[in-house]
Ligand binder design. Structure first.
Ligand code: ZN
Length: 81
């Protein structure tokens, strides 16, 4: 079984947490990043679990999160008259 990760594969923040454990002890663990909310299972391929191999096009820093758009976009309020 893989060790508890030091950093999040996506945003590289410290402190991923164990979110869930397999019913059969030691088969897998689901980890969760409290910073960017990325969630991954320990048995996923290394391009998901390893920060060095995670697709750089999908990575971001926690500072970038302040500039994320709202999805779906909220339309302007309609006004009468
Ligand atoms: Zn993260």
């Amino acid at each position: 079984m893989k060790q508890h990760p030091e950093i999040c594969p996506r945003c590289e923040s410290n402190g991923p947490e164990a979110l869930s454990h397999s019913p059969v002890e030691g088969a897998w663990t689901v980890f969760h990043c409290p910073t960017c909310f990325f969630t991954w299972r320990s048995t996923e391929p290394d391009f998901i679990t390893d920060p060095k191999k995670y697709n750089p096009n999908f990575k971001f820093s926690p500072a970038d999160m302040a500039n994320f758009g709202v999805m779906p976009a909220i339309p302007e309020l309609k006004t009468k008259g």
